[in-house]
Design a protein around this ligand. Structure first.
Ligand SMILES: *Cc1c(COP(=O)(O)O)cnc(C)c1O
Length: 355
């Protein structure tokens, strides 16, 4: 037994539970981690193979070519883009850059399970504001939860795991209500899947509000979850702080090349995103036709508010060959994947019934 004491916070830290993986040899569709069901494009695989030849060297420390390409795509200054080992890591660097011990971070809940962990590790205190029964963030409630100690507010849009995106008008009211020295992180991991015409244009809000930070990732729409690359967009001084807090050489050379190749293949990848959105529509329509009351999803997953039946439902799905993500006592998140997987999932949902 090790006698080394861990920080007290570890006693309360919820674990980040990875989505279930299939047992070796078992056939199963993995709808448990919001991954992209499509394998990488040949051009992206070629870039990965190319990059392999240089892995005896450290990568470009700040992923300059990638951050410049992203900045060009988004129409922001290159100094505003900070790449990291997935946007989860970048969130940790944002918190490390601005939080002193005991500062408060306001967040919706239920939301992304990485948030409580990231906040605790940053020595900050989490202030949770419940998400409504329709799965939507309570932005007025979150604005009201801001105090003198608040340094950051996390706005997950679309919200993982419930699915809805915030509306532009409510987000503008929220930004007007939050002090300008409080960082508002718009976590847009699923932005490419949003089709709600009332959703905000985060880049316009970034241009108007110096305290807005965007988080985006190559893990979901671009299908590079396994390579770990995401980024923040922040005003240059804040971006420099986030960069200073980052793991040195965090984004591997292989990941940088794959992300660049994905940007070059963007139209092809966004066609795949369209297909996933079509499948999402079919999933939601199928569930509603069965009588399920599910929130509007703007992401690549749907949420079933099953309460205490969540774990049992996930088990039945696994038996039928689809792995989903239960949040015990709360609900089940089902990623949008292959058509056949949707069919199996809908059959289980029908047999189980909404009540
Ligand atoms: C998946 C996800 C991310 C991105 O994770 P990576 O570290 O970039 O793979 C960020 N935020 C939310 C809400 C997510 O669901």
């Amino acid at each position: 037994m090790s006698r080394v004491p861990l920080r007290r916070v570890f006693a309360e830290l919820p674990p980040y539970v990875p989505g279930a993986r299939a047992a070796v040899g078992a056939a199963a569709y993995k709808l448990s981690s919001n991954e992209n069901p499509y394998p990488p494009l040949p051009s992206v695989v070629a870039a990965i193979v190319d990059g392999a030849a240089d892995v005896n060297r450290y990568p470009d420390m700040h992923a300059t070519e990638l951050t410049t390409a992203v900045a060009g795509r988004l129409g922001v200054a290159p100094e505003s883009v900070v790449a990291g080992t997935g946007s989860v890591a970048v969130l940790g660097h944002v918190l490390a850059a601005v939080c002193e011990a005991g500062d408060e971070v306001v967040m919706p809940w239920r939301s992304f399970e990485a948030y409580p962990i990231a906040v605790a590790l940053a020595h900050a205190r989490q202030v949770r504001v419940p998400v409504g029964p329709d799965g939507r963030l309570d932005l007025p409630g979150m604005a009201a939860a801001v105090t003198e100690r608040t340094r950051v507010v996390l706005v997950c849009t679309p919200n993982n795991p419930t699915g809805p995106a915030v509306r532009d008008d409510e987000l503008r009211d929220f930004l007007a209500a939050v002090p300008r020295d409080v960082v508002v992180v718009l976590d847009e991991a699923y932005v490419e899947f949003v089709r709600d015409p009332q959703a905000p244009d985060a880049l316009a809000l970034f241009a108007e509000h110096p305290n807005v930070v965007l988080l985006r990732t190559f893990s979901k729409a671009y299908g590079l979850a396994g390579l770990r690359v995401g980024y923040a967009v922040a005003r240059p001084r804040l971006a420099a702080g986030i960069r200073a807090a980052s793991t040195p050489f965090g984004v591997s050379h292989v990941a940088q090349l794959a992300a660049l190749a994905s940007l070059r293949a963007e139209s092809e990848l966004l066609t795949r995103v369209d297909a996933i959105v079509t499948e999402r529509t079919r999933m939601l329509a199928g569930l509603r036709a069965q009588g399920w009351d599910v929130p509007d999803s703007q992401a690549n997953f749907v949420w079933l508010p099953l309460g205490h039946r969540a774990a049992g439902f996930a088990e039945r799905c696994a038996h039928a060959g689809v792995l989903v993500r239960p949040f015990a006592g709360d609900g089940v998140r089902v990623s949008v994947g292959e058509r056949e997987a949707t069919d199996i999932f809908l059959a289980v949902a029908e047999a189980h019934g909404p009540r």
